[in-house]
Design a protein around this ligand. Sequence first.
Ligand code: ADP
Ligand code: MG
Length: 262
Amino acid sequence: MEKLLELTGARVWRGDDASVEALRGVTLSLHEGESVAILGPNGSGKSTLLALLAGALRIEAADGAGCRLFGEELWDIESLRHRIGLVMPEEVSRFGPDESAFHVVLSVFRGAYGVVPGMRFSMAERKAASRAVDAMGVEAMVERPFGCLSSGEKRRFLIARAMAHDPGVLVLDEPTTALDFAAAAGLQRVLRRLLKRGRTLIWVTHHPGEIPPEIGRVVMLKEGRVFADGPKRDVLTDRRLSRLFGLHLKATWSDGWCEVRA
Ligand code: ADP
Ligand code: MG
């Protein structure tokens, strides 16, 4: 399997004055073809890790520290976009309310947040956008203004947008955050369908109960460090979960799902 991300002792400082150490020496490998859940409390560095994966941030230069994407230390952000589809829920606010839902998806081919007059798309691009929309089960809503969709529908269109290039890896930052129960369950269902069809997902969450049975590996992040990494059953133990979230937790398993209670 090709290495997707290879971090060695990676440190990342964030903030305008680089005063926050968001990753504090992370060594981690992710591979194409292997779906992984990244689990950790708020502020543990999950989104920062994804920003490295998307080529949007760089690590602090230091002896022995390294960050390779697809085996390369230097990468072209444009070609990366074709290989990694990243979905950040906050992207929702970047589209005008009157933009059609289909244009939200289509505009990814121009690296834009919406379609402006004069933008042209090939038939192949339109077909690819339609395929991604179908995969997310929102084909009936393509003509609707994006601003009129529910949060769950918007989230599905954003994922379709990230899938339109047919990237090898789909990276989802807390995809069900702020969705109601039905919308979260619906999204969970379509994401499981993608996993079953063999798509590689990197799924960031702070809910262990959200990790579907098809994802076999869990990486726990705590205070900017890898706290645990391995097969799901070995990582999601009462002891590790309790230490990760800082309260006494108990995990029970059924059909490959882990339910966690305080
Ligand atoms: P998570 O996604 O796990 O909630 P993040 O990677 O977003 O965590 O954040 C890790 C740490 O870096 C947190 O302490 C957060 O406050 C800080 N941080 C993240 N982004 C910024 C930013 N743009 N400016 C300042 N601090 C930031
Ligand atoms: Mg985050």
